[in-house]
Structure formats: C-alpha cells, structure tokens
Design a protein around this ligand. Structure first.
Ligand SMILES: *[C@@H]1O[C@H](CO)[C@@H](O)[C@H](O)[C@H]1NC(C)=O
Ligand SMILES: *[C@@H]1O[C@H](CO)[C@@H](O)[C@H](O)[C@H]1NC(C)=O
Ligand SMILES: *[C@@H]1O[C@H](CO)[C@@H](O)[C@H](O)[C@H]1NC(C)=O
Length: 834
C-alpha cells in the first residue's frame, strides 16, 4: 500500500505534493464537516493513512433522499493548484468496514461561491474505494484552483460511509482568482465545426461574456500546433483553445480582465497562442495592458507588439514584460493580427513566484508576507489625506486673504499660474515615461525567460514516505554539473529531497532540445582534448529558412559557401566543389544566460567527438563572436516522424489513396540504421535520453541520422509532459525507471528505441499510448514498476512481424538488465532479413 502511494507521487509531475492531511500541516480547525456520527469520527479524523479516533470521518446518515448533503471540507488557507485526490475508508485495525464507493468534489476560492468539479467529459461523480483500507488516487483532469475543497460522498443508504482523504498539488503562485473574457466562438473550417469555447470555465456565462471563473486558460495544458487536435482523448475539435474572430470585435481587440488574490509586483505575462496562419490564425499583433492597484485603473497602460510570425506555424508562448507594475487586477486588450486569435494558456509571474517555498505549502506564508504592502499603502493614504487637508487649509487661508486684502490679488494670480505650469510639465513627463516603456518591451521580452529559474520546488513528502529511500530521489537526476544545480542541492533542508526547477531548464538544453547526457567517464575524455572542429566564417552563411525554435535559440537552414574545405576527408558528401552546401545552423540567442552558453559549448564539444554514419555530424562552428552557432549536416527529408506520416505502407490503402509508400525493406533499413547509430553512442557510454522518430533525420535514399535539434520541442510539444504549461519530459518514450527514479542509462535508451521502432512500424500515425492521458501514462509506469501484470504494452502494429514485436517487447522488459543491448538489437535486425 505504501509503495503504491510513493510510486504515484514520485512521478515527475511536479505539482503533486501531499498538501498536509496525512502530513499534519493542515490543522484540525481547518478540517470541518456537515455532520459527524460521533465525536470520535469527527472531521479531523478524516486524514488519509491516519488511524486516530475511530479511524475516519463518518457523517450522520439520515433517511432523507438528498444523498449529497454531507461533506468533508478542507481549508487550505491560500489558493492551491490541486491535481490529485486520494481517498480511503475506515479500517480501524479491522473493526471498520465503511467507505465511499463514489463521491463528488466541490470547491471554492472565496468560501462563498462553490463550483462542482467535472472531468473533461462533463462527469461529476468520481469512483471511490472498493474496500476500507486501500488508498485510491484520482487525477483531477482538469485540475482545480481553490482554497476550499469539499468531498461529498454519494450515499445510497445500502451502507454507512466513512472517509479519509488527502489533496495533492502545490501553491497557486499565479495568484489569479478569476478572468473575465468574451466567450470563445465557433469556427467553421471546411464544413467542420471547431468549438473554441472555454471548455472548462468554472464561472458564470451571460450574454456571451464569461465572468468570475477560471478555466482552460489556467488549466496547465497548452494546445497543440494544430488547433483542431487535442491531447485530450475523445473531445470536440478546438477543445484546447479559446478563440475569437475579428468579425465580432469591431474595436479590433479582445479584452480579458484578470483578478488576483492581492496586490502583486508583476514581472511577466506569458500567453500561449496558436499560429496556424494557413487557417487564418495568428498570435496577437499588439497587447495593451492596464493595471489596477487600489480601486482605480491607472491611466498609463503598457503596450507590447510581438513580432508577427508568418513562417513558423507552431503554437508558442509569447512573453510580455509587465515591468514590475504593482496591481491586483490587470486588463489586457489583445489586438487581432489575422481573422482568428486563439489562446490556450495565460500565466502571470509575480514577486511571490520567486519565493523559495521551503515550507510545506499548506500554511499561508504568502498571506503574512503581503501585509507590509498593505501597510505601506495605508500609510500612503494617510499621508495623502494629510496633504489634502493641509492644501484645503491653505486655500481657505488664501481665500480669506483675497477677501480681506484686495491689494494682493494680482500677486496671487501670478502664483497660481505658475502652479498650473508646473502641473503641465509633470503630466508631460509621465507620458514620455510611457513611451520609454514601449521601447523597452522589445528587448526585455526575450531576455526574461530564464529569470524564474532561481525558484525551486521542494518535495514535502512526509517522513513516512521517505523510508524506501531509493525511491525518493531527486527526480530526474541530472548528470549536468551546473553551478545552479550544485547550489540547490546544497540548500536541501533536513534531508528532504527536492526538485529544482532550474534543472528542467537545463534538461531542455540550449536551444530547447536536450543535449546528450555526459557520464563522468566521458567528461574526462572531453576535458583532455580540445574541440576538434573549426571556426567557420560567418559571412559565408546565407539564411534560407527557419527550421525551428527553442527556448534559447533557433535552427536555420542556410547555404554555406566553401564548406567542403572545413570537412574531414573521412566525411563523404556528394556535394560538388564550388557549390554552396545546405546546412542546418543552430544558433544561441545573443542574450542567453551564462548557463545556456556553457551548455551550448559543452554540446559542441560532445558533438564534435561523434563521428558515425548514423549520427548527425557537426561540420563547423562560429564561436569567436555572438551569436554562437553550430553548423551541422542538413537532411533534406526532415525528421522521420513527419517523413513517415506523409507515407503509407505498401498495399491496398496506398494504392487507393495514391499516397507515397515505404516498403518493408526500407522500414527495416531505417530501423537498422537507428540501432546502428545507437550502438555507436552506447559504445561511448553516451545516453541520448530522447530517442524518438522526431529526433531522427531522413536524408536521401532513406538514410537516417540520429540528431537532437531544438526544433523538436516546439513542433512536438504534445509529446512532452507538461508541468503547468511548460514542456518538460517525453514520458511516452521513457522507461519506467527514468520516470519514477530519474535513472537514464543505455538501457532506458533501449526502451525508447522500442517505442521508436513501434512508431516507425505504425508510420507515426498516432502517438504512443494515444488512448491514455499523460496521467494515465504515468499510472501505467507505476504498473510496470509493480509488475502485477496490469501494465499496458503498445500493441503489435498490423504490419509488424512477430519476431520484431518480440524484440520490441524485450526492449520494455521491467528489469533493465534483461533488455537487449544495442549491439544485440542491431545483430537481431540484421539476421531477420525481410
Ligand atoms: C463548448 O462547446 C461544446 C461543443 O458544442 C459543448 O459540448 C460544451 O458544452 C461547450 N462548453 C461550454 C463550457 O460552453
Ligand atoms: C517590484 O520588484 C522589483 C524587483 O524585485 C523591485 O525592484 C521593485 O522595487 C518592486 N516594486 C515595488 C513597488 O515593490
Ligand atoms: C479581419 O482580419 C482580416 C485579416 O487581417 C482583415 O482582412 C479583415 O478586414 C478583418 N475584418 C474586420 C471586420 O476587421
């Protein structure tokens, strides 16, 4: 039972901390209930995994038909993002046998307006317990933002009901309490209706205006590049986005108002926008934001115009700097850049997002933290009132003087005119300040991205959960030796393992793609020698097209003149002399921080050592001046995922649809080449960590090279598990031990190879485990760990021979030692000739 909890919580979904029912951080007085059967079954005994009192909370059962009258209520004291709930019945050492087979949840942010929770399919009832002792965990999809949560057992009078519960999540650092926005609209796309309404809004809807709620824009799930698709299984097209058309907004903008829990010091707003310009959807062309700090709206807004991109159709986060404005509400007008504008997520970063949340999140440190701000504001008001009184006093005195001594009249007129002049100058200077803001926006918007990395999350697991210590490690464990990671390890308190968010940034690597992990052994090898790759004259590169974009840089397709002189003789290229060669240029933004730069240089060092026909080759670099670039081979057929999804297997369907085909023989060739490249990497003890078809590039005649470009993260953001809107880990390709223990080895690369092989044989027509949500994939990982034959394997693709499926299954062996090596895989593939 204990193990079940640990594996389910130790997953990489960061915001899944127990909020303190079992750990005790939630005080007894914050747990209340509609009723209690007796004093010994009061609300405070409703703590998961506790046996105090009579072992659980049990309500009075009456014969009234209203079965949803009873509830157990938890006050978290501040807003929390709640992603998971756990329930258990009353066992009481074998005496009790009461539990809730079904229950519902309602929640509230202010304690007065209660909202029933519904899952993404609109169902309210949650399946509860089957016996009195096992803990049942349920993911809340969509997650909840709330301070108060009520568990309401569905009572059918056939048995008594008792409950013990726990909430899992983390503090809601955005502080957003509600947003008001015009309702999302209906798009008709080639006769297909696309519903761009806010699918999970929990507020009120009247006259096409949504008020007082949170929804899709804050559910931590950003939409796919193609807005008609969704991560969520079995929903309508357009589910992930809220969208509007300019036809309904003569003003040319959509206004959204955001209300916060208190006055905050805002640094940035990030808006996740769709940019499928071929379907008339673009990011916004301008945003104007107004701030309200006390009760009045400030008259000087800030405005920001992102670069409107009609080259790259990927959905993206647009970062808007808010220049440390203090506000408790923000009103933004997003101006259309095309006929449609679609958002899937809006997040705000403010002062508290930087708090080092070393305390268990259930108490309200931020509550006390904001009192000083109010105090300062209060005293300001007092001073202001004082000044006004003084001014009135003086004016009265002046009037008296005027009345009494007409002689002074002319002199006084002069004085007041001067006062007026002063006022005019003052308001002019305010305006010029606004103007500077606008100018600054462009430069500061991009440089901000790293600033949050100092803030770290802790695993506040109770002492009970720490016993099998090998399970609770820092997840994932990175081999990177960056300063930041070193510091955060040192600051771990009381031996509580914790998880630094900075590490995630590192994992994503320099341009958004992760770099190869470097085991200590190979680091020695690297530091011994210098980089064996030459500097290329930047002026000989001609930009052709942007291939991709990552967090810290971009990948461009360029023509390089005279590249032949820079290449080793052993590198065969069929480009004739004097002809410019097409190359891919991965470029670090000039304003990237120090860590990103050192990672980029490290990646160059590593890549310069990799020489294999099935690994993408680093040809040259530009590191003598900014921006830093690495120049690699360009593969004309793009990545394997896109390549295969354009093709069909040979056969009846292909004949009918006239689609280009790939023969079994060539599929076999593709699989063998990937295995061969991985065999080479593993011989050097390199762990790739992100092997997938999206990271394999296709050249002429089905040649394959393994790569890892930054562009993959953006194009395939749906393949990565998101934490509150950020792309993080490719869980559908990761072995169970990578997800649960943070262990990345060649054996976990072998697991990913199995998934890559499966993708190849299904022609990348669907994502692995496409019928499972991210949370279900993680649950399935738990099943792999428990190994009670309940784990789900990827099915055998129709065109996959039995022998190859057997190979795939062996790659997913629970015991990493039993998985084949890449050498064996390569040999087996060569043997099973097609
Ligand atoms: C959004 O539109 C879909 C499809 O018509 C509908 O089923 C759903 O109830 C709507 N949701 C809301 C919150 O209006
Ligand atoms: C807001 O935060 C910034 C950076 O921490 C600080 O410099 C600034 O003084 C703060 N503004 C207010 C009004 O507290
Ligand atoms: C909507 O946007 C398109 C493209 O920018 C423009 O051509 C059209 O005139 C706009 N329609 C309205 C009603 O503003």
């Amino acid at each position: 039972m204990m193990i079940n909890i640990i594996t389910d919580i130790c997953v990489v979904g960061v915001c899944r901390f127990p909020l303190g029912m079992s750990g005790g951080q939630i005080q007894d007085e914050d747990i209340s209930a509609s009723s209690q059967w007796s004093d010994s079954t009061a609300a405070k005994y409703g703590r998961l995994d506790f046996e105090d009192g009579d072992g659980a909370w049990c309500p009075v059962i009456t014969d009234e038909p209203d079965s949803l009258k009873e509830f157990l209520q938890i006050d978290l004291r501040s807003l929390h993002f709640i992603t998971l709930v756990g329930t258990q019945g009353r066992h009481a050492g074998g005496i009790g046998n009461e539990f809730a087979q079904m229950y519902k949840i309602t929640y509230s942010r202010d304690g007065s307006r209660w909202v029933p929770w519904k899952n993404r399919q609109g169902k309210e009832v949650i399946e509860g317990n089957r016996n009195a002792y096992d803990i049942v965990l349920k993911d809340l999809e969509p997650p909840i933002v709330a301070r108060f949560v009520r568990f309401m057992p569905v009572i059918d009078h056939s048995m008594n009901v008792c409950m013990r519960v726990e909430l899992y999540g983390c503090e809601w650092l955005d502080g957003l309490v509600s947003y008001n926005a015009p309702a999302g609209q209906l798009m008709i796309l080639h006769d297909m209706p696309v519903y761009l309404n806010d699918s999970v809004y929990d507020g009120a809807m009247a006259y096409s205006v949504m008020t007082e709620g949170l929804g899709q824009l804050t559910d931590g799930m950003s939409g796919l590049d193609d807005f008609t698709q969704s991560h969520v299984y079995n929903v309508w097209p357009g589910y992930d986005y809220v969208g509007w058309t300019n036809e309904s907004f003569p003003s040319g903008f959509v206004e959204i108002m955001f209300e916060f829990d208190r006055t905050r010091n805002f640094t940035t707003m990030k808006v996740h926008c769709n940019n499928m310009f071929s379907k008339w959807v673009k990011t916004f062309q301008k945003v104007v934001c107004y701030f309200r700090s006390e009760s009045d709206w400030e008259t000087t807004p800030i405005s920001f115009s992102p670069v409107v991109d009609d080259v790259n159709p990927s959905a993206r986060f647009v970062t808007v700097s808010l220049h440390n404005h203090m506000a408790s509400a923000i009103k933004c007008q997003y101006h259309f850049a095309d006929v449609w504008m679609m958002f899937s997520e809006i997040t705000f970063q403010s002062d508290t997002a930087m708090y080092n949340t070393t305390l268990a999140p259930s108490k309200g440190p931020t509550r006390t933290g904001d009192n000083p701000t109010h105090k300062v504001d209060d005293s300001n008001t007092r001073i202001l009132i004082g000044c006004l009184v003084a001014i009135i006093f003086i004016l009265v005195a002046i009037i008296i003087i005027i009345l009494w001594r007409q002689v002074w009249q002319k002199l006084l007129e002069k004085a007041s005119r001067r006062m007026l002049d002063d006022e005019l100058t003052a308001s002019l200077s305010i305006q010029s300040e606004t103007f500077t803001y606008n100018n600054n926006n462009h430069s500061s918007a991009t440089s901000e991205q790293e600033s949050n990395s100092t803030y770290e999350r802790i695993f506040p697991l109770g002492p009970d959960y720490q016993e099998p210590s090998r399970l609770i490690r820092k997840l994932p464990e990175f081999t990177k030796a960056s300063d930041e990671a070193g510091e955060s390890t040192a600051s771990a308190q009381d031996g509580v393992p914790h998880y630094a968010e900075a590490d995630i940034v590192n994992l994503q690597g320099v341009t958004g793609g992760n770099t190869y992990a470097v085991p200590a052994l190979t680091m020695d090898l690297l530091s011994g020698k210098d980089v064996a790759v030459e500097e290329f004259p930047r002026q000989l590169l001609t930009f052709k097209e942007k291939l991709g974009e990552g967090q810290f840089g971009e990948v461009h397709l360029c023509e390089a003149e005279g590249m032949q002189d820079f290449m080793d003789e052993d590198f065969i290229s069929d480009i004739s002399e004097n002809q410019p060669m097409l190359v891919a240029v991965k470029m670090l933004r000039a304003d990237a921080n120090k860590n990103a730069r050192s990672d980029f240089l490290k990646e160059i060092k590593i890549m310069s050592r990799l020489k294999d026909p099935n690994i993408i080759r680093l040809l040259a670099v530009c590191i003598c001046s900014d921006p830093l670039c690495m120049i690699t081979e360009y593969m004309e057929n793009g990545d394997l995922n896109q390549f295969l999804s354009r093709h069909e297997p040979e056969g009846q369907i292909a004949l009918l649809s006239n689609a280009p085909t790939v023969s079994c023989r060539n599929l076999h060739y593709i699989a063998t080449q990937i295995a061969s490249g991985m065999k080479y990497l593993s011989s050097l003890n390199f762990v790739h960590r992100d092997l997938a078809t999206r990271n394999c590039l296709v050249g002429k005649k089905f040649t394959i090279k393994i790569a890892d470009f930054g562009m993959s993260r953006n194009l395939y953001s749906g393949d990565y598990y998101r934490i509150q809107g950020r792309a993080v880990l490719p869980i559908r390709w990761m072995s169970w031990e990578s997800i649960l223990l943070g262990k990345f080895t060649t054996a976990s690369d072998v697991w990913a190879y199995g998934v890559t092989l499966w993708e190849t044989l299904t022609f990348c027509k669907e994502q692995p485990y496409s019928q499972l949500s991210d949370e279900q994939v993680i649950e399935n990982t738990g099943e792999f760990f428990r190994d009670q034959k309940r784990q789900i394997y990827l099915p055998q693709p129709p065109i996959c021979p039995d022998s190859v499926y057997k190979l795939m299954l062996s790659c997913w062996h629970r015991n990493a030692k039993e998985r084949p090596s890449f050498q064996e895989i390569h040999r087996i593939l060569l043997e099973c000739q097609v």
